[in-house]
Design a binder for this molecule. Sequence first.
Ligand code: FPP
Ligand code: MG
Length: 295
Amino acid sequence: MQRVENEIARLIKEIDYDEVTRLFESLSGGKRLRAKLILKIASEHDEAPLLAAIIELIHAASLLHDDVIDDALTRRGIASVNATDGSKTAVMLGDILYSKAFTELVSFDPKIAKVVASSVTALSKGEMMDVKMADAFNFDESKYLDMLYLKTATLIESAAIASALLIGKDSQKYGVYGKNLGLSFQIIDDILDITSDSATLGKPAMNDFVEGKCTLPYIHLYEALSEEDKKRLSGSHAKKIDLSEEIWIKDMMNEHKCIEKSFLLAQKLSNEAMQAVKDDQALVSILETMIKRSY
Ligand code: FPP
Ligand code: MG
């Protein structure tokens, strides 16, 4: 991973603007899940750290823009760039990171460049769907999962496919792994938004629903509720909820096993990912660690 950090630092330095370096250094690097995945798949290839750095820059850019779109004041437990330096700066920094990543990407084999580039269109489409879907209470599970695939899983899927192509491995198999890992990861994130406290999350708990995002446990809850309670739940959508409403939602979720049901889907997807790469112990352990961070 040190090689990836070095590549990231080199690319930032090449941008040759102190303000960008300062802002980039103020970000928290996060888990670097996508980079770790690329190194696990293509570690022997000399270009793997650069590919990983490119994907991490794209991911960082997408989060900078996402925090502006979501009006989020914290990211990974620290103040977001839009909070400290304003939304304009966050958008511009995102643009610089994103275009620098693409400048580097074009030196790769066109097949690799295309799979990564088209996943960025997909993730941007997913973000727009996410925002649109938050306008009203969504209780359509397949619509939700389609959006989740685009918004979160496509970049992980393309990281897996691109690194498999780089090293000449079966890209289809790794794509199935990346897609299911991404979906499973996001569903667990959605669960943690409900089951963890804000100190652990580094952002307010149950924030998804307040932001209008009806994640899987809320969709399961809606399905299970009486007509009257359905109205009560959808009436709280996209609003600041008080403690008694928060307790009611959590109690109802407990009663109807909504968290367990969502976790079962995450587990199913994670098993499908495992099946695709069952001979690759390193990739299997990424899945195991991810599934264990759950509630
Ligand atoms: C986080 O979702 C957001 C994403 C994973 C994708 C955001 C994508 C864009 C803004 C498209 C623009 C892309 C580029 C490269 C500039 P979330 O809000 O559900 O998660 P969070 O809790 O981490 O904020
Ligand atoms: Mg967000």
